[in-house]
Design a protein around this ligand. Sequence first.
Ligand SMILES: C[S@@+](CC[C@H](N)C(=O)[O-])C[C@H]1O[C@@H](n2cnc3c(N)ncnc32)[C@H](O)[C@@H]1O
Length: 251
Amino acid sequence: MLDINSIKDYKLFNADCFDKLKEIPDKSINLILCDPPYNLANYSTGNMNFSWRAEINNDVAEWDEKVLDPADLVQEFKRIIKPDGNIFIFTSYNLIGKYHEVFDPEFDTFQFMVWHKTNPIPNIRKSSFLNSCELIVCLWNKGHTWNFTKQNEMHNFIESPICMGSERLKNPKHPSQKPVKILEHIINIASNENDIVLDMFMGVGSTGAAALNLNRRFIGIELDKEYYNAAVKRLKAHKKSSAAISEKQYA
Ligand SMILES: C[S@@+](CC[C@H](N)C(=O)[O-])C[C@H]1O[C@@H](n2cnc3c(N)ncnc32)[C@H](O)[C@@H]1O
């Protein structure tokens, strides 16, 4: 079993989370914040090519080819989350019903948040809505940690651009890198300093970066070696820059 108390800041694994989760002790995680595959393979029309502009990335990522069944997550999530813990799961319209079906009977509360992307992929053919929203399943039991701020900051709706600029990793480029700002918003509400945040589909480590920014401890699991390596590099650099800041503070 993983010794959670020995984790000072973060611990990352290059593994299949369905194996690794078995090593996480019962009732040991304060916040599960994860972004599993969306099962969108059947809906993609592939990348879009145009003579007058750059290609638009609309292709399916390799991991989305493999079907993820939310039912496969329920029992392990229930086992490892602390009684006062919270669970947030990014997903899409096609899976929200499945998540509700299998998770709602197991937790006191099932809610959802909407992330409105202010700069979604344009609809060049102007034939449908822009795909500008993603959904986040929210789960907890009575007595959960909850840092309610002002009423107007607690809507289950959050707006931000997709991850871009210097925050967006270039090599490797992860097609669904999440903006740290969104993740920080959730971590702030649903955990306290020094708590353990777990993302078992961590990609290039965005949840880890947000957790460390807010002085939480982090466990990350990622199957793909290249994304895992990118997350390792990203969190190492984060640690270095935080150390430099605190040295400056106390100089
Ligand atoms: C939607 S992406 C997450 C992106 C992440 N939120 C970020 O900001 O970088 C899903 C990730 O889950 C990984 N993945 C898929 N199946 C997995 C498994 N069984 N165990 C661990 N990671 C897995 C994929 O390689 C992919 O990087």
